[in-house]
Write a protein of this length. Structure first.
Length: 578
C-alpha cells in the first residue's frame, strides 16, 4: 500500500511579526487621510488668490470680453478720477481701430513679478496684421476698498511702452474685376471700365467715398478714411472680395510691430448672363420699372434691369399666388371650388371691385386666370391675417435681404393689418404689401421649384439658401393655374409658340380698389382710361414642366399687367430660352 503524505498545516508567523502587521494596517488609513488632507490644503492654497491678484485677474478677463466699464471699475481711485469712463473707453477703442483688433486673449496665468505687479503673455487677434503677441503688465496699488489698477495709456495694447501710441499706415491694393457669366468684363481697374458699358451700367453699380453712416463699420474692418468702396449694385454686393486684402504697417511710436503686404482682390464671376441682361434692358425700354430674372433651382440671378431690387411697390394680383398657396395649404379652399360670377364683392360693408369692373368668377382655376378680386379678397379674409402673413413669410416676405441696401418684401404683422377688408385687400396685393421684382421672381421660382424657395445669389454656380414655401402638391396646382393665365387668361400676351409658359398678371392700384365717390365734381374724378395710377406686373416661369428661368417685370404707372408687363416678360423669356 503506498505511503500517504501527511497534511502539513500552514505555518503561522511569529507573534512579534503579527503585531507589526496589525500596527501597519492601522497606520495605512491614517497616512492616506494625511496625504489627502495635505493635498487638499495644497490645492486650496494654490486656488487662493490675494486681493491684488483678484483685481488684476478681473481686469484681464473683462478686457478679453471687451467690457470697458468693468475694466474701469477695477482702476485705483486716483486713476478713475484722472481718467473718466468715457475717456478710458475712447482710448481702448481708438487703439482697437488702429490695430484692427478683433479680440484680446490673455494666454497664461498672471504671475506676480514684484510687489503688486502682475504679468501675463497676451495675444491680440487683428483683421489686418494677424495675431500679435505682447505682454500684459498690471500694477495694483492700495488696500481694501482703495485697491485698484494703476492705469497708463500704454495699457491699451499688449506690449506698448510708456509714451508710445499706436499708428497705422495702410496700403490699398487694386480693386478686383467683376465678370459676367461668360467672362465678359463688367468692371475693372481704378476707373471700372467694361467690355460692354451699357450692360454694365445696369448691374455693376458705383464706387465712391465711404458714406458717413458706414464709416464706423469700415473703420473696424481696417479701411482708411479716404478709401473707395462699393456704393451700389455688384460693387457693393461683393465689396469684401473686390477690395482684396489691405496691406500696411502697424507702429508703436517709432517701433514697427507688424507689416503686411497688400493683396489684390480676385475676379468675381457673377451669374449675370449678357444676352438675358440685354433682353431685359430692351424689354424695359427706358421705362420706369424693373426686371429680374432667376434660375429657379439655384437662385442664380441671370439679369437685373432698372428698379429690380431697390424700390418696393404694391405687387397687385401677383400676390394672389401666395394667397392661393396659403389657402390650399390651410384647406380653406379646394382646387375644384367654384364661385359666383360678380363685378365686385362686399367685405365689412364695403364694395371691392374687380379691375375695370369686370365680371368674373366660376371655377377656382378660371377665377385665378382672370384675376378676380371678388374671389380672392374674400378668400384672403377667410384665410385670416395670421395664416396669410405666415404664407407670405414662407415665400420670403419680411425677411432681411442678403443684398446690402436692398429692402425686403413687406407685409404688416397680422395684428396690425386690420379688419377683414384690410386682410382682403392685402390678399390681392394692395394695402401695405410691397415687393420688388427680384423678390417676386424668387416667389415665382418657388412655385416652379415644387414649392422650394431659393434665395437669390449673384455668383455663378452657387446654390442659394433654400427652404420650403409650400407643399409640392400645392405648387403643382398653382403652376397649373398659372399656365391657364397665359393660355386663356389675362397673360396671353406672354405666350410663346411651342413653349408652355406659366404666369400671373398684376395691376396694382396706386389709389385703391374700393368703390368710393370722391365728392369731387365730375371733371375732377379720375378718368376711366387713366393708366398712370396703376403699376403693371407680370411674373412667369418657363418651360412650365421643366422650368429653366423665372422672371418678374414691373412697369410703374403703366396700366394693366397683361397689356404692358406681359409682353416685356415675353422678350426676356425668349432670350433666356434660346
Amino acid at each position: 500500500m503506498p505511503a500517504v503524505s501527511p497534511i502539513t498545516p500552514a505555518r503561522r508567523p511569529p507573534a512579534r511579526r503579527r503585531a507589526r502587521g496589525r500596527v501597519a494596517s492601522r497606520l495605512v488609513p491614517l497616512l492616506l487621510l494625511g496625504v489627502v488632507a495635505f493635498g487638499a490644503g495644497a490645492y486650496a492654497g494654490a486656488r487662493h488668490e490675494s486681493p491684488a491678484r483678484g483685481i488684476a485677474t478681473r481686469f484681464a478677463t473683462a478686457w478679453e470680453r471687451g467690457d470697458y466699464a468693468a475694466m474701469h471699475a477695477e482702476l485705483a481711485p486716483r486713476s478713475r478720477r484722472r481718467v473718466p469712463l468715457a475717456r478710458f473707453t475712447s482710448a481702448y477703442r481708438d487703439a482697437a481701430a488702429t490695430a484692427t483688433l478683433e479680440r484680446i486673449e490673455v494666454a497664461g496665468r498672471l504671475v506676480e513679478r514684484a510687489n503688486g505687479v502682475f504679468e501675463a503673455p497676451a495675444r491680440a487677434h487683428t483683421r489686418l496684421f494677424g495675431v500679435l503677441r505682447g505682454r500684459l503688465r498690471l500694477a495694483v496699488e492700495g488696500a481694501d476698498d482703495d485697491a485698484g489698477i494703476v492705469w497708463r495709456r500704454s495699457m491699451t495694447f499688449p506690449g506698448l511702452r510708456d509714451g508710445e501710441r499706436l499708428a497705422r499706415d495702410v496700403s490699398v491694393p487694386p480693386r478686383g474685376r467683376i465678370e459676367a457669366r461668360d467672362g465678359t468684363v463688367l468692371a475693372e481697374g481704378s476707373d471700372r471700365t467694361s467690355d460692354d458699358p451699357a450692360l454694365a451700367a445696369e448691374v455693376v453699380g458705383s464706387v465712391g467715398p465711404i458714406p458717413a453712416d458706414q464709416r464706423a463699420d469700415y473703420e473696424r474692418r481696417g479701411y482708411p478714411a479716404d478709401a473707395t468702396v462699393g456704393l451700389t449694385g455688384l460693387e457693393r454686393q461683393f465689396e469684401r472680395r473686390l477690395a482684396g486684402r489691405f496691406g500696411g504697417t502697424l507702429r508703436a511710436g517709432t517701433r514697427t510691430l507688424a507689416t503686411v503686404q497688400p493683396r489684390q482682390g480676385g475676379a468675381v464671376r457673377t451669374a449675370i448672363d449678357p444676352d438675358i441682361e440685354r433682353a431685359a434692358i430692351e424689354a424695359l425700354a427706358g421705362r420706369l420699372g424693373g426686371i429680374a430674372v432667376l434660375r429657379p433651382r439655384s437662385g442664380e440671378v441671370l439679369a437685373l434691369a432698372g428698379l429690380a431690387y431697390s424700390a418696393p411697390q404694391p405687387p397687385g394680383s401677383t400676390f394672389k399666388i401666395i394667397t392661393l398657396a396659403g389657402a390650399l395649404d390651410a384647406g380653406t379652399v379646394k382646387p375644384g371650388a367654384s364661385f359666383p360670377v360678380e363685378t365686385f364683392t362686399t367685405i365689412s360693408g364695403v364694395e371691392l371691385e374687380n379691375a375695370n369692373g369686370e365680371s368674373c368668377g366660376g371655377s377656382l382655376a378660371n377665377s385665378f386666370a382672370h384675376s378676380c378680386n371678388s374671389v380672392f379678397a374674400p378668400m384672403g379674409a377667410r384665410l385670416g391675417a395670421r395664416r396669410l402673413v405666415a404664407a407670405a413669410e414662407r415665400f420670403g416676405f419680411n425677411e432681411p435681404s442678403d443684398i446690402p441696401g436692398a429692402p425686403p418684401a413687406s407685409i404688416p404683422p397680422a395684428d396690425e393689418i386690420g379688419d377683414d377688408l384690410a386682410v382682403g385687400s392685402s390678399a390681392i396685393g394692395q394695402g401695405r404689401v410691397t415687393a420688388t421684382p427680384l423678390r417676386l421672381a424668387a416667389m415665382t421660382a418657388a412655385i416652379a421649384n415644387r414649392g422650394v424657395l431659393v434665395r437669390p445669389t449673384f455668383l455663378r454656380g452657387e446654390q442659394g439658401r433654400a427652404s420650403r414655401a409650400t407643399t409640392p402638391r400645392t405648387a403643382r396646382i398653382v403652376a397649373r393655374f398659372m399656365r391657364a393665365v397665359v393660355q386663356s387668361g389675362t397673360g396671353r400676351a406672354a405666350a410663346i409658340p411651342g413653349v408652355s409658359v406659366a404666369g400671373k398678371t398684376g395691376t396694382a392700384e396706386l389709389r385703391d380698389t374700393v368703390t368710393e365717390d370722391t365728392g369731387a365734381p365730375d371733371e375732377e374724378q379720375p378718368a376711366a382710361d387713366d393708366h398712370t395710377d396703376t403699376d403693371a406686373w407680370f411674373v412667369a416661369f418657363a418651360p412650365a414642366r421643366r422650368p429653366r428661368v423665372a422672371v418678374a417685370v414691373l412697369l410703374v404707372g403703366a396700366g394693366a399687367g397683361g397689356e404692358t408687363a406681359a409682353p416685356a416678360a415675353k422678350i426676356v423669356l425668349q432670350a433666356a430660352l434660346d
